[in-house]
Design a protein around this ligand. Structure first.
Ligand code: NAD
Length: 485
């Protein structure tokens, strides 16, 4: 085993879980056993919540301008440890080193946003009647939880950690049991940055801990990022326990390609979107709708896809189960009459025979009812459908139950605007394959890609991680009295 067994992080200390049950953490790159992650119990969660609850009064009363000083230092530490964090991310998740560097750079940007929160969180004040003032303030919620998926071991935790904590909350993080190592490093850096013990805690585990979080009477809010199936379970369970919940789910992002799109740029964007992070991004292009004759662009897409080589500029998918699931989708599409233009099945990387790879795959002549057209594949696969009109393309896009992202490739501004107005997705790209909004713009989808109000990052996160306090004050009794005062 390359690293020591993973521990929980409670009250500023790495501690053993109360159960001996563990799951192996295997590197998808080459099958190396990296660590073992404990399946914690509700007793471990109770300990973490107690530590967070104890830390809350002092932390929440620390002025926000002081609280964000921790995140200025944390940002500096992320920069200093970028290489180490990126290597760890690639090892446990399987993405390429370049993709991991980009992921840590995004963590830095997210933290930079958190340091600006004092500028954004000012309340309102008004003399509402003679001598009487109304004032609003954003108050932290208390102990909050963040449950995260495997595909961004550092970035998704950093969607919530800096903002929730800078806003005065104390947090319990539940990492993905598939990639728990980056979160341990994040805890170390937060401590080094001066975060008081108990403000940030990690409880490792799987389903049982997620359920215990949703049920815990002293956890005020739960943010979740993962598949739609689990997002629904978490949203329902947390809200039925009267908690605030924001649960981000899966995706099936459609790219609409018009014949006037710039072929080279479009092909590069489509392929980068569908194959980046081995297609394991909730913003990945998964379906493409060619409107009219786009054969010349599809040809270029195939040329670009052939330049993507597993183990070189394409990382691994998370595990064997995932590899088999993706290959099954491709085979099913083939059996149903679709044409596999570029086939990523049976990918092997020399010297990494135990790694789990799928090559880039381009499937043409997909029809809207095929499973590759409707379901989230979460692999480097693009399913191409064809229509005659933009409206027909929009019917296909609108019908899919998800709604994270959609993109259009065209040089026609009017057509692009028409699609922006009608696509049923929270994040839209024009000639952009992965339309992730950069800070301070917030991240969040629609439909079955998100349950709850607001977005998870940016200014929107202020509403989720705080509650408004409204105070009405009067100091001078001689200021004049009327029915309002
Ligand atoms: P997942 O839903 O399997 O797991 C997410 C978290 O939930 C993990 O911490 C896991 O331990 C826990 N979990 C798993 N099954 C559970 C159950 N039955 N009950 C309670 N908890 C459970 O997701 P994943 O495979 O880790 O991540 C991939 C998914 O996440 C994809 O669907 C992807 O689209 C989605 N995702 C969405 C976004 C977004 O912003 N919408 C971002 C990243 C990933």
């Amino acid at each position: 085993m390359k690293y020591s067994p993973t521990k929980n992080y409670i009250n500023g200390q790495f501690v053993d879980a109360s159960s001996d049950k563990t799951i192996d953490v295997i590197s998808p790159v080459d099958g190396t056993l990296l660590s073992r992650v404990p399946m914690s119990t509700s007793k471990d969660l109770d300990d973490a919540v107690a530590a967070a609850k104890k830390a809350f009064p002092l932390w929440s009363r620390t002025p926000i301008k002081e609280r964000v000083q921790v995140f200025f230092k944390y940002k500096y530490l992320l920069e200093q440890h970028l290489k180490e964090l990126a290597e760890l991310c690639s090892e446990e998740n399987g993405k390429t080193y370049g993709e991991s560097v980009a992921e840590i750079e995004k963590c830095i940007e997210l933290t930079e946003f958190a340091t600006s929160l004092p500028q954004l969180i000012t309340g309102e004040v008004l003399e509402v009647s003679r001598g009487v003032e109304c004032r609003t303030e954003h108050a932290p919620l208390g102990v909050v939880a963040s449950i995260v998926p495997f595909n961004f071991p550092s970035m998704v935790p950093n969607w919530t950690i800096p903002n929730a904590i800078a806003l005065g909350n104390c947090m319990i993080l539940k990492p993905s049991e598939k990639v728990p190592l980056s979160c341990g490093k994040i805890a170390q850096l937060l401590k080094e940055a001066g975060l008081p013990d108990g403000v940030f805690n990690i409880v490792n585990g799987d389903v049982a801990i997620v359920e215990a979080i949703c049920d815990h009477p002293r956890i005020e809010a739960v943010s979740f990022v993962g598949s739609t199936k689990v997002a629904k379970i978490v949203y329902q369970r947390a809200t039925s326990n009267y908690k605030r919940c924001l649960a981000l789910g899966g995706a099936k992002n459609h790219l609409m390609v018009l014949p006037d799109a710039i072929p080279g740029m479009t092909a590069q964007n489509v392929v980068a979107s569908m194959s980046g992070c081995a297609g394991q991004r909730c913003m990945a292009a998964s379906a493409m709708v060619g409107v009219g004759n786009v054969d010349h662009i599809i040809e270029k897409i195939c040329d670009e896809a052939k330049k993507i080589v597993p183990g070189e500029n394409l990382g691994a998918v998370i595990n064997k189960e995932s590899q088999q699931r993706i290959e099954k989708y491709i085979t099913e599409a083939e059996q149903q009459g679709a044409k596999i233009l570029v086939d990523g099945r049976n990918a092997h990387v020399k010297g990494k025979e135990k790694g789990t790879y799928v090559g880039p795959t381009v499937i043409d002549f997909v029809t809207p009812e095929m499973s590759v057209a409707t379901e989230e594949i979460f692999g480097p696969v693009i399913s191409i459908m064809r229509t005659n009109t933009i409206d027909e393309a929009l019917v296909i896009e609108n019908k899919n139950p998800y709604g994270n992202a959609a993109s259009v490739f065209t040089q026609n501004g009017g057509a692009a605007r028409y699609i922006i107005d009608r696509a049923s997705a929270g994040m839209i790209g024009v000639n952009v394959g992965v339309p992730v909004p950069r800070e301070p713009f917030s991240f969040g989808g629609w439909n079955e890609s998100k349950f709850g109000v607001g977005d998870i990052t940016g200014k929107s996160s202020i509403e989720f991680w705080t509650k408004l306090k409204k105070s009405t004050t009067k100091w001078n009794p001689d200021a004049g009295v009327n029915w309002m005062s």
